[in-house]
Design a protein around this ligand. Sequence first.
Ligand code: MRU
Length: 346
Amino acid sequence: MSFRTIEWRDDAVIMIDQTRLPGEEIYNSYSDFTSVAEAIKGMIIRGAPAIGVAAAMGVALGAREIIADTHDSFFRQLENVCDVLARTRPTAVNLFWGIERMKRVAEEHRGKSLDKIREILKKEAIRIEQEDLTICRNIGKWGATLIPEEGTVLTHCNAGGLATAGYGTALGVIRAAHEAGKKIRVFADETRPWLQGARLTAWELMKDGIPTTLISDNMAGFFMSRGEITCCVVGADRIAANGDTANKIGTYSVAVLARENNIPFYVAAPVSTLDLSLSDGSKIPIEERPDSEVTHIKGIAIAPEGVSVRNPAFDVTPARYITAIITENGIVKPDYCAGLRTVAGK
Ligand code: MRU
């Protein structure tokens, strides 16, 4: 890939600024955990797996910032670092997964010197980033088997290299199918209000030379009804034990339209996106974001001042609309409860 979403370099975290794409390819450097938390909140970095990596790197930075004489003091302050990072975005479970993994590793090495623990945390965060790349490639390998030799794949939001450590989940499936020589073209929903599809998915697929057509969200049904979409592949922010899936707002509508038109609807996500502690999707917390994301585009008002607005960032697609869930450990088909536990190793 010709860009890096996030990396640890010279004791700082470098992230491509996704608020500036596609116009400008700018890399920001963060050397303290509070600015990493702000970057997650402000969507400099976004996408569930990428948020998980950023949170883990934030914990590693925070550990380096802590001044402590005793282990008790260090671990108390580390808890605070984790709390600040955990308060950034509520829906993508990878955020909490990344933080918990870092906490567990710190606890496992409690007997070591504080400098040693700091070093171990840094290495763990880098490991999480590298593992994510391998995981996405495996999701791609499994998912490509579901993609026909020829056709048009519709995707929603950005579940690509920019939403992961690289390669992507839904776009990983598309990349792997393309690499395997399948003649596919992508329809990218623009994904109002934040325009992840228009700004990010179109940008990264065009960079890779994968034929891409941008449509506005309300066009998906038109193209499906005309027989122009072969299948849909999307990512996920949190998948409940029964397969109900939270993903970018608008995903539910795409899934319902796909069912109406007899089009397979696939979800691609790493096992770290599974939240088997939740029995179904109604329990997934849904983030609501600022009104200005709906009323303004690039600072320009597109609605009357003072209008009432709702801006949920995610919706939940009931499992019954999902043809299969593609993970790094294999493809799960309904009934999801047992299958998801198997791929999660539980
Ligand atoms: O608000 P965002 O941009 O973080 O939402 C991202 C999505 O909904 C993605 O589809 C999801 O995180 C999967 S990313 C591989």
